[in-house]
Design a protein around this ligand. Structure first.
Ligand SMILES: C[S@@+](CC[C@H](N)C(=O)[O-])C[C@H]1O[C@@H](n2cnc3c(N)ncnc32)[C@H](O)[C@@H]1O
Length: 291
């Protein structure tokens, strides 16, 4: 399905427009990702969903007909909605999305139509959920909201909720080449925004490297840990921060100054998109199976 078609369907089901799905190439919007040389949307990019989620699920469960898929930190259900679109021909699906943000739970969030497809559960993924019930657990763009200790806990909880040989699909942002400085720049940007916006941005804690998450998965008892997807980079311009979060002109200027300083000191972390200077964020993913 073409992305525009998907967004249309999604918005109909959700009865609201979702502006974060519209970045696709517009450098002033939040959510641009460069994937396989093309600028797409970090939430709705079809190729991205296919390579990081659909492909590993199809490969692992080629012979199965029923699948329980749970999305830990699933937000408003975009990923599951999209997944079911791509794989519902192949499986009978039970889909659930777990999130601690009340706005994604009835009566504030999803429509009846969306709830007919996905069960929305209001819960903190730091608490253990049901044991051994899911064939697949997805966790996309969520790990960065936790510190190292809690990232281990979330991974442990995912392991606990998977059936034997169930599949975990973890996708998160980080910087492959300059992890320390990336964490520092991000923290400085967040500190400029924090007091003026919702709690959400405050929760960004730590962007873990591939090796760190791999080792947490190993220690938790995952096997067959593999990299999923191809190289992907989110591109964050100063204007895109302004598009996503509400903050003062003063903070905006502060972010501009940060970009100017750090792009000179660490040019490897920056690139240009449509004339806008962007901070580069690698999007990486790992799959693993419960023993
Ligand atoms: C950037 S959004 C990603 C949403 C979704 N995974 C996707 O890829 O479309 C991060 C989500 O993680 C959720 N989240 C953060 N901390 C959480 C926690 N402790 N328990 C459950 N959900 C959490 C937020 O509420 C938000 O919906």
């Amino acid at each position: 399905m073409h992305q525009a078609e998907f967004i249309n369907l999604y918005e109909k089901a959700n009865k609201k427009s979702y502006r974060e799905l519209y970045s696709e190439g517009d450098p002033t919007k939040w959510g641009n990702v460069k994937y396989k040389g093309i600028i797409t949307n970090q939430y709705a990019g079809q190729d991205l969903i296919h390579d990081f989620f659909v492909k590993p699920i199809m490969k692992r469960f080629a012979k199965k007909t029923d699948l329980v898929i749970s999305d830990f930190g699933g937000g408003d259900g975009t990923l599951l909605f999209m997944l079911q679109n791509q794989i519902s021909k192949n499986f009978n699906l039970y889909l659930e999305s777990i999130d601690l943000n009340k706005k994604f739970v009835s009566p504030f969030g999803p429509t009846q139509e969306l709830q007919g497809l996905i069960k929305f559960i209001y819960k903190d993924i730091l608490w253990t959920h049901k044991p051994s019930y899911a064939d697949v657990i997805c966790n996309r763009y969520v790990l960065q909201y936790f510190n190292k200790e809690n990232q281990k806990k979330v991974i442990d909880n995912i392991h606990h909720s998977l059936k034997e040989e169930g599949l975990a699909l973890l996708v998160w942002p980080c910087s492959i080449k300059s992890p320390k400085i990336y964490n520092k720049i991000f923290a400085e940007i967040v500190s400029l925004i924090v007091e003026q916006d919702s709690n959400e941005v405050m929760q960004h804690k730590y962007f873990a490297s591939l090796n760190e998450i791999k080792s947490y998965m190993n220690n938790t008892g995952f096997t067959k840990i593999k990299k999923i997807g191809n190289e992907a980079q989110a591109l964050l311009s100063v204007k895109s921060w302004g598009d996503r979060f509400d903050f003062s002109a003063e903070s905006y200027q502060g972010i501009e100054e940060l970009y100017e300083i750090y792009s000179k000191k660490h040019p490897e972390l920056f690139t240009e998109l449509g004339g806008e200077l962007c901070l580069k964020t690698d999007i990486v993913g790992l799959s693993g199976e419960r023993k």
